[in-house]
Structure formats: structure tokens, C-alpha cells
Design a protein around this ligand. Sequence first.
Ligand code: CAA
Length: 240
Amino acid sequence: MARVAIVTGGTRGIGEAISLALHGAGMTVVATYAGDVERAKAFTDRTGIVAYRWDVGDYHACQDGCALVESEVGPIDVVVNNAGITRDGTILKMTHEDWDEVMRVNLGGCFNMAKATFPGMRARKWGRIVNIGSINGQAGQYGQVNYAAAKSGIHGFTKALAQEGARLGVTVNAIAPGYVDTDMVAAVPGDVLEKIVARIPVGRLGQAAEIARGVTFLCSEEAGFVTGSTLSINGGQHMY
Ligand code: CAA
């Protein structure tokens, strides 16, 4: 039986590339999306990958959504916590809502999805959870106290949950992407982005497929000894 993988925010950007890569690796893939129905429908028409709509920042929506996926598709073996948003601005301009919303979706989403799926993985003694962190969670970024805190939290969350899953066949890892050619990065003002790209040793933005390749490895059968790790895929922009 093919492994069942769920990719949050899996119909666009890095998430779309991850959905396609896991599908290409022989998994039965389910993508979730938050709101863009037209785009999700076009994704399913194009790829054949089914998409479910719910808000990963909503605990009960994750419980109900994952239960529905399990009844319609099968037990969830692999979770890729990719869904994320930005609400950039210096702290002087950032509102309390900007802070809360980024923490709720980016970090809360990882907790909510793990609560819904970790018990099943544990009972079946096999699972893969990959959390998409960020270079900006490792290094910080001007104008992103909310996003950097949430992504940094994801890296801590990963190492803690990895310890809980290790003896049960459930690995938990993170990927820390750098600046990748997606809508999210395209929203950064042009002059700011130019300066950022000038600091990337490889000399260009990353491609979503380059992040997906790392995710596919971490989700593979052969990666059972890799847990609690963070794989940085950032063109050399931040090394440690
Ligand atoms: N270091 C020092 N100073 C900086 C700076 C930096 N990196 N960036 C801007 N400044 C300065 C500005 O020049 C400006 O100075 P003056 O007031 O003297 O002119 C001052 O800071 C304040 O600028 P603004 O009033 O324009 O600040 P703002 O509150 O409107 O915020 C910003 C601007 C939203 C932070 C904007 O600079 C920006 O979008 N920066 C990029 C943020 C970024 O990298 N986001 C990543 C999105 S993609 C992503 O997150 C994916 C991933 O995981 C990598």
C-alpha cells in the first residue's frame, strides 16, 4: 500500500512542489489549502492530487479535516507542515493581530496537525513529519519579528517532537529554506529583494523543487535514522 502523505498549503508555491515530488515518489498525496478555491481546483485538475480546504491554525478544523482524510483516503503516514503566511513590518508598525495570526498559522499549524496525526503514526509504528522552517527563523530578519519567532519555534518544536517519536518509528525533521522563487518572496519590495539576492553565495533565488527534493528524502523509508535534524537549503546564505 502506498504511504498517505498530507501537505499543508500544498496547492501552491513550495507546497505544490512538495505535493508533486511526494506523488512522484509513489505516495498517495493529499494537499490542504486555506482559501484560494479556484487555484486549488486548477491544481487538482492539473495534477490529479486531491485538495481539502481547512485552516491549519484552527485546532478543531485539523482534527476534523484529518479524520475526514483518513476515512476517505487512508491512515496518514506523512505530514509536511508547509502552510505559512507573512505579515511583515518593523515592530513599530506591526499590530498585535499581525503577531497573533502568524504565530497561529505558522507555529500553531504544526501543533494542530501533529495532534491530529501523531497518535496514529505512533500506534502504527511508522511516520514522517517534516516541518518547513526558514532561514529567517535561524538568522532573524529585519521586519519579521513575528515570522522569525514562529519559524524559530518550528525548529524547537521539531527537536522536541523528534524525541517523542524516535523509539516509535516516527521521525520529525525540519527544512530551513532560504529565499525561494514563490509568490511570498515576490511580495518583498523589489529593491529590498535585490539586496537580499546579492547576499546569496549561489547568486540566485532557490527553486521550489529544490526544497521538495529535501522533503522527499526526509520522508523516504531510507531516512529512518534521520530525526530532529534541520536541513538548510538556502544557496549558502546562512551557514552554521
Ligand atoms: N537593515 C537595516 N535597516 C533596514 C533594513 C535592514 N535590513 N531594511 C529596511 N531598513 C530601514 C529602512 O531603510 C528604513 O530606514 P529610514 O527610516 O532611515 O529610511 C527603516 O528601516 C524603516 O523602513 P520602513 O519604514 O519601510 O519599514 P516598514 O515597517 O514599512 O517595513 C519591511 C519594511 C516590511 C521590513 C520591508 O523592508 C521588507 O519587506 N523587508 C523584507 C522582509 C523580508 O525579507 N521578508 C521575507 C519574506 S519571504 C519569507 O519570509 C520566506 C522565507 O522564509 C525566507
